[in-house]
Design a protein around this ligand. Structure first.
Ligand code: PEP
Ligand code: MN
Length: 368
């Protein structure tokens, strides 16, 4: 059961406490207060978990400071689209707005290799008019003998160069809580000149302790990547872990699922789930065409499979694209075969804009 308070009442208000006190009258009920800063307004909700079927909604609904009381199914109670929660869960971070209606491209290095390549990549991104990028510092590799990423050693120049090129948000994967602390510390040292979206990679998609960790802070938004072997339901439940700890600034990312039938792609492209995630939840949805297709092979039509996969996501309404670029893919220390070159970036963005325009027209036609 979700009790929604009037917009001007905060999570520490006497009214929120009064609702929690009312709830304690009933046995086997846990009450938790949630505050959420949405794109349009701040919201305080009291969630009751447990034997709520026995509780009449009227006892809460009749309070003058309660807007609405909703019974929700146990599934995706925070992220799902329930009767009174039809508004999409957008958020703004570092001046960049994320929602089910926006689109941002995050091109960049799968793995940071050296300062020169970060500089060249960010320069190209800024020249294309973007303020968002991806930069992998901590790399989860299949073999312990492969390059593991420069970790915290590269953070000072990554953040310094982001400031130089006007990059506002960097998507960066973390593998453990310590990495979050290292990022926070390096950002402070760099004068807080940029922002980081914490990426939870496919390998940690059900690492519930790590999910709780990123959920317990709200300084950084989270890019949650679906587990490569997880059903959509498992992935959305995992996302709910982040939200249930208090952080609802989440973007859900599709990155392909592991299957023999995906071959010759690295993963079976699951972008047809973009509208499904938008229907089941209120989260903005990202697609990662690089880790899905896994190769930049060119079709006979002259379009690479990365471009084609991107178009697939964007035409279905994706809100974010995470995509690998590298100054010299052949020399990349991680995932070179799937990286596009910096020279290809302007054309790539034109292609995205073309598809997005068509999507927007399709939406307008459907609504007319
Ligand atoms: C990545 O984006 O760098 C990455 C490792 O992706 P995934 O977790 O989807 O494999
Ligand atoms: Mn990669």
């Amino acid at each position: 059961m979700i009790i929604i308070l009037k917009p001007d009442l905060g999570p520490d208000s006497a009214e929120a406490s009064a609702i929690v006190a009312l709830a304690t009258r009933f046995p086997n009920i846990t009450a938790k207060v949630y505050a959420h800063q949405g794109a349009s307004h701040a919201l305080t909700e009291v969630h009751l978990v447990g034997e709520t079927k026995a509780i009449p909604t009227e006892i809460f609904a009749e309070q003058p400071y309660v807007v609405r009381v909703v019974r929700v199914s146990e599934k995706y109670r925070l992220l799902g689209r329930h009767e009174a929660q039809v508004e999409a869960l957008g958020f703004e971070y570092r001046g960049v707005r994320f929602g089910q209606d926006t689109l941002h491209v995050f091109p960049g290095l799968c793995a940071v290799d050296d300062r020169e390549n970060v500089d060249a990549t960010m320069r190209a991104i800024a020249a294309s008019g973007l303020t968002t990028c991806r930069m992998g510092a901590y790399k989860p590799r299949t073999s312990p003998y492969d390059f593991q990423g420069h970790g915290k050693a590269c953070l000072p120049y990554v953040f310094e160069l982001a400031a130089k090129h006007g990059i506002r948000v960097i998507a960066m994967e973390i593998l453990r809580e310590q990495h979050l602390d290292e990022i926070r510390e390096a950002l402070r040292a760099a004068g807080d000149a940029t922002g980081v979206m914490l990426q939870i990679g496919t390998r940690n998609a059900q690492n519930f302790e790590l999910l709780k960790t990123v959920g317990q802070q709200s300084e950084f938004p989270v890019l949650y990547k679906r587990g490569m072997g997880n059903s959509l339901e498992e992935a959305l439940n995992a996302c709910e872990y982040i939200a249930s700890e208090g952080n609802r600034q989440i973007v859900f990312c599709l990155r392909g699922v592991k299957s023999q039938i995906a071959s010759p792609h690295r993963n079976f492209i699951d972008f047809s789930h973009v509208p499904v995630v938008k229907r089941l939840t209120r989260l903005p949805v990202c697609v990662d065409p690089s880790h899905s297709a896994g190769r930049r092979a060119e079709s006979p039509d002259g379009i690479t499979e990365i471009h084609h996969a991107t178009a697939e996501g964007v035409i279905l309404g994706a809100n974010m694209v995470l995509v690998d670029f590298h100054p010299t893919p052949a020399r990349a220390m991680c995932d070179g075969p799937q990286a596009l070159t910096l020279e290809e970036l302007p054309g790539y963005l034109e292609d995205v804009a073309l598809v997005r325009e068509t999507y927007v027209k399709r939406v307008a036609r459907a609504r007319a």
